[in-house]
Design a protein around this ligand. Structure first.
Ligand code: SF4
Length: 114
């Protein structure tokens, strides 16, 4: 199971690093959002959950998306990079239902219809 050590490492993992010494502050995807007199820094590609979990450092070395368009329709934070991980305490469908029994029931019903 792969664990990412930081938000920016996830960006490097997905997009690589910029070729030069540019930093996020100079990127078109870097946002400065003013709210109640404070400025919050975010990467629009990584996403914004309106919490410090998505706060971004202007001094991060830029990722490979610097100067490029982001092609996906939603920010990374909305894609689960933990898709293959089960959240502790989370029940799977197999825990709740007897899948084999359900499938055989479906097959029996299908046979009935045919
Ligand atoms: S360089 Fe990469 S990580 Fe930094 S703001 Fe731009 S898209 Fe986000």
């Amino acid at each position: 199971m792969r664990m990412y050590v930081s938000k920016i490492d996830l960006m490097y993992e997905k997009f690589g690093k910029a070729d030069n010494e540019t930093v996020c502050a100079e990127c078109q995807h870097f946002l400065r959002i003013k709210h109640h007199g404070k400025v919050y820094r975010k990467c629009e590609v990584y996403g914004n959950t309106s919490s410090d979990a998505t706060d971004w450092k202007a001094g991060y070395v830029a990722c490979g998306l610097f100067g490029k368009e982001y092609q996906m329709d939603r920010p990374l934070v909305e894609f689960s990079h933990f898709e293959d991980e089960q959240i502790p305490g989370q029940m799977s469908l197999e825990d709740v239902f007897n899948i084999e029994e359900m499938e055989s029931g479906i097959n029996e019903r299908t046979n009935d219809i045919i």
